[in-house]
Design a protein. Structure first.
Length: 451
């Protein structure tokens, strides 16, 4: 559902030193997608008028990741606190009207529904001026606390390091996310001081500034998952686990069977049909679509693949980007596919590499078959016709075409096109030497002095 008339400021200028990484903190992925892009997808679905990302150290990485997303960047050259960071977006928001959502690039999973609630509450008849998103996580850690007064009105906001023991005992924690009217935001930010333990300009201070003008800022509460931020590798791993658990439950509710849910790992864009079955220890990379009734066996890795209804994959299969399995196709153990199409009812049951290839309807690929697609400089395609049979341990040296209904004898190295309905055998002629093996053994043993 689109939300009318609002802007978004995403703070992403933090140093991220606890990550101990050359990659910017907000670009670390969860479910295969950078945290920042998770958040922007949610914002895009709501239809924000303006989106501003405040960058600082590592801005080049962020600007590269945001290319093509229609996002404006603002630079916070010195990290002087969250209020100072939001001030850097003032030029980008010149002339903006309506609410401004202030979000964080390392807090990726706030929902569109919660953002809508924030905007709607900001527009309430009591004109609160500021809406703060809070939550009650099991472990409040060092989050700032939200002290409520009457109903949802905020009595006080306090940073953890500035809080007393009674305030630290409060369960309601500040997520940092806010909705503020654009007409008020920058006037209030200009009044924020840095008389605190960290000598920083804190965004939550605008709550008390708004109260000083006679407004009544409020808090709404979201799930702890929505407000979970990432400051370390451990927090990143825990949030990944939380996301995966939720996605597994969603898959089950939508009609997929997961034999051992905890061992299946999804990407952000994995699509599963009804009545598909996923055995244990399956990993989905990005860009996977699985139709109704498909069966994915254990220990398979699937990325960038389209799997049609009635297909079987694995166990121990690897499908790489561009792999397409049409209805009823089968890929078995230790088979790898890349940029290849397996036609309806076609089979590659074991120990094969099918790359840059088109395999026709009901063709059969024997064990150990390799499409030799790379000559050291260029990738070439192999075409295998409908009903063709490729014998075991065959190398198909692309570019090459095997006609409909053709048979390639086991152990062949095929370098020329094979006509439809013909037999191709490309291997050395077998020869036999009677008694040779016995004579060889006797000579070898004699050399060792063994009778």
């Amino acid at each position: 559902m689109k939300q009318a008339g609002f802007s978004v400021v995403v703070l992403a200028a933090g140093q991220g030193t606890r990550m101990r990484s050359d990659t910017h903190k907000v670009l670390h992925p969860i479910a295969g997608k950078p945290m920042l892009l998770h958040l922007l997808d949610t914002v895009d679905a709501l239809g924000a008028n303006r989106r501003v990302v405040v960058v600082g150290k590592g801005r080049e990485q962020l600007e590269a990741a945001l290319a093509g997303h229609g996002v404006t960047t603002a630079v916070q050259a010195e990290q002087k606190g969250t209020a100072h960071a939001v001030q850097q977006a003032s030029e980008a928001l010149t002339g903006a009207e309506g609410p401004v959502l202030i979000l964080y690039g390392d807090t990726p999973f706030v929902t569109g529904e919660t953002l809508q609630r924030m905007i709607q509450r900001l527009g309430g008849s009591d004109d609160p001026g500021v809406v703060v998103l809070a939550s009650s996580p099991p472990d409040g850690k060092t989050y700032g606390r939200v002290i409520l007064g009457e109903d949802d009105r905020i009595s006080k906001m306090v940073e953890y390091k500035d809080a007393n023991e009674a305030e630290r005992a409060v369960k309601l924690c500040n997520s940092g996310m806010m909705a503020v009217a654009s007409a008020d935001l920058f006037r209030w930010l200009a009044q924020v001081g840095n008389d605190n333990a960290a000598h920083e300009y804190y965004l939550p201070d605008i709550v008390m500034i708004a109260r000083g003008e006679g407004r009544h800022p409020v808090a709404i509460e979201g799930e702890a998952f929505e407000t979970a931020g990432v400051n370390s590798r451990a927090e990143l791993a825990h949030l990944e686990l939380d996301w995966q658990r939720r996605r597994r439950e969603e898959a089950l509710e939508q009609g997929a069977t997961l034999i051992d849910p905890e061992s299946v790992w999804f990407s952000a864009d994995t699509k599963l049909g009804r009545d598909c079955t996923i055995e244990p220890h399956v990993v989905f990379g990005s860009g996977v679509s699985i139709a109704d009734g498909a069966f994915i066996r254990a220990f398979s890795h699937i990325e960038g693949a389209t799997i049609s209804s009635g297909c079987e994959v694995g166990p121990f299969a690897r499908l790489r980007p561009g792999a397409v399995l049409e209805e009823g196709a089968k890929v078995g153990n230790f088979v790898e596919m890349k940029k290849a199409r397996l036609g309806r009812g076609a089979k590659a049951n074991h120990l094969s590499y099918i790359g840059d290839a088109d395999v026709g309807t009901k063709a059969n690929i024997g064990a150990g078959t390799i499409t030799c697609n790379y000559d050291g400089f260029t990738k070439h395609r192999t075409v295998i016709g409908a009903g063709a049979f490729i014998g075991s341990n065959t190398s198909l040296v692309a570019p090459v075409s095997i006609g409909d209904g053709a048979i390639v004898g086991a152990g062949s190295v095929v370098t020329k096109n094979v006509a439809a309905d013909s037999l191709a055998v490309a291997r050395g002629e077998q020869r036999g030497f009677v008694g040779w093996a016995k004579r060889f053994r006797e000579k070898a043993l004699a050399k060792k002095g063994v009778s």
